[in-house]
Design a protein around this ligand. Structure first.
Ligand code: MCA
Length: 518
């Protein structure tokens, strides 16, 4: 008899790991009973059973916008198991931003707190949703009730490596977010590679304080923890006081640079907190060399900086053993080919690889590279070279030994506290406000968020709105992290001879806006 086909469903790999450590605590959270891997597996089987009973089919999108909870993780696992496509959304998105995601993803099931469902339910029905299940911050709601009442789904839906596992929205240069399609093969290959190169060993404890609506907290942290059977200290957000309490009982922490600057801002934070720690990892935004060095001086640990993108998962990493260089993102992951491509952002782009030591666009190929942008074939084609390399939009320089250093971004983008913000989207919103003529949005350095969004505007008419009125107007339309932290009015914007707004000039003029503040 022929052997059964191997199941590329990522949940099949998780289930294998869970079966090895059924009594190991998976999640430990303040004020909540610990959840073992055996219990987690049971919860995922029941919720998958409830989803299938409700008519969720392989390939259907399951959209969720909810506060971080263990039940939301169960939803992630159950969605994979049922062969559906997990589509998490930043909790900061407003209903007006959600309207785009709902129309674009056409989710079959939408999960959110009841209050949010009341706002977006009609639109979701209109776009084909057949289920709206509530999930509150404390884990209660229809989702949990249905799972509790359901029979477990014992089998795991058979999936091919290229079948979609997740749809993650990423902001776009033109203002509209695009859905990055990630397959079971993409996620599994990246997680297995990270498990190996970062040296995870069974019995370790991960301090998990990242949000789980994005690649970092969801795939980089959770997928590796699941394959390893790690125990997790589970925090709903980065609460520095709690982190200080839990660090002495942890082995690994993954964070955005803001985590590290916030720790360093605590005078009591010292090497003793890190006595058990094996590894601190940083990503999602550039880690300043001064933060890197200050952290080493305080704790004796060298933070391991790595580099990734929504579309590709992790791309490069500093080595576990070997030198972790401040300001460099390290070497291509095993199985991932990284090259510095032609100056595609300049007119002289001929698509050829540049010699090492020259600055150019970072491109890569490998099993981690996504399947394209959801329903945007032209956009997808434009981001790939004919030979299959993905064009990241970042500029970098590769040393002769393959070590990569990022030197800039080809795209007009801001990274605030590890979240990408595209000025075009905010400029578009600002331009719809009466009394505003032109708007230019730039990122300037910020001691807590790394970069902060600011807007420079020209007023028109007799009664232009003031800063408070503009922010009030934006608040219903743009997620908080995208809203300018400061707004400046000027008679006119600086322009070059071609009439293009000189954003570099604005960054210079307003560059010290947040100096010394936190
Ligand atoms: C919160 N605020 C922000 C941000 N977060 N403003 C700008 N940028 C932000 N990132 C707003 C809040 O709404 C609040 O406004 C004020 O700023 C202060 O909030 P605070 O309480 O300090 O925020 P927090 O809850 O402590 O969150 C800050 C944070 C968080 C810890 C930096 O944003 C975070 O966890 N970021 C990580 C994001 C992430 O996981 N990125 C990975 C993407 P007000 O006071 O007026 O209400 S994946 C990725 O990038 C790739 C693939 C990769 O390589 O990892």
């Amino acid at each position: 008899m022929a052997p059964p086909p191997a199941n590329a469903n990522l949940y099949a790999a998780f289930a294998e790991a869970f079966r090895r450590v059924p009594n190991q605590t998976a999640f430990q959270s303040p004020g909540v009973a610990p959840v073992t891997y055996g219990a987690l597996h049971d919860k995922a089987e029941r919720l998958a059973g409830a989803m299938v009973a409700a008519g969720i089919k392989p390939g259907d999108r399951v959209m969720v916008q909810a506060e971080k909870s263990i039940e939301q993780v169960v939803l992630y696992l159950a969605t994979l198991k049922a062969g559906a496509v997990y589509n998490p959304l930043n909790t900061a998105y407003t209903p007006s931003e959600l309207a785009h995601f709902i129309a674009d993803a056409e989710p079959r099931l939408v999960v959110a707190p009841a209050a949010r469902l009341a706002e977006i339910g009609t639109l979701a029905w209109h776009h084909g949703a057949t289920g709206l299940w509530s999930l509150e911050a404390d884990g209660s709601g229809e989702l949990t009730e249905r799972a509790r009442a359901s029979a477990p789904m014992a089998s795991t839906c058979l999936r091919e490596p290229d079948d979609l596992a997740s749809l993650i929205y990423t902001s776009g240069t033109t203002g509209r977010s695009k859905g990055a399609m990630l397959s079971h093969g993409n996620l599994a290959s990246n997680a297995r590679t990270l498990l190996d190169i970062w040296g995870f060993v069974p019995g370790e404890t991960l301090l998990h304080a990242l949000p789980i609506y994005h690649v970092h907290g969801l795939f980089v942290a959770l997928n590796t923890a699941f394959l390893n059977g790690s125990r997790m200290h589970w925090l709903d957000r980065f609460d520095v006081a709690r982190v200080l309490t839990l660090l002495p009982d942890s082995d690994v922490m993954m964070g955005v640079p803001t985590f590290y600057t916030r720790l360093l801002a605590e005078p009591v934070f010292a090497a003793d907190h890190c006595r058990r720690m094996r590894l601190f990892i940083s990503g999602s935004a550039p880690l300043l060399a001064e933060t890197h060095e200050a952290f080493t001086a305080r704790t004796g640990h060298r933070i391991l900086e790595r580099y990734g993108m929504t579309e590709t998962g992790m791309i490069t990493s500093n080595p576990l053993t070997g030198e972790r260089v401040a300001g460099s993102v390290g070497y291509a992951l095993p199985g991932v080919a990284v090259r510095i491509g032609g100056h595609y952002f300049a007119q002289a782009d001929d698509g050829r690889e540049l010699p090492r030591g020259e600055v150019g666009g970072v491109e890569l190929n490998g099993p981690n590279v996504f399947q394209g942008y959801w329903r945007l074939p032209d956009k997808t084609r434009a981001e790939f070279r004919p030979d299959g390399y993905f064009i990241t939009g970042d500029q970098g320089i590769m040393a002769p030994d393959g070590r990569l250093t990022l030197v800039g971004r080809a795209k007009d983008m801001i990274i605030s506290g590890g979240l990408n913000v595209y000025p075009a989207e905010i400029e578009q919103e600002l331009s719809t406000i009466a009394g505003i003529g032109e708007a230019a949005v730039v990122g300037v350095s910020h001691p807590d968020f790394g970069e902060a969004v600011i807007a420079v505007l020209t007023p028109v008419g007799a009664n232009p709105p003031d800063e408070a009125a503009i922010l009030a107007r934006l608040s219903g339309r743009l997620a908080k992290f995208k809203q300018p932290k400061r707004i400046f009015m000027v008679a006119e914007l600086p322009r070059n001879a071609m009439g293009k707004v000189q954003k570099a000039e604005l960054r210079k003029v307003y560059g010290e806006t947040f100096k010394g503040k936190s």
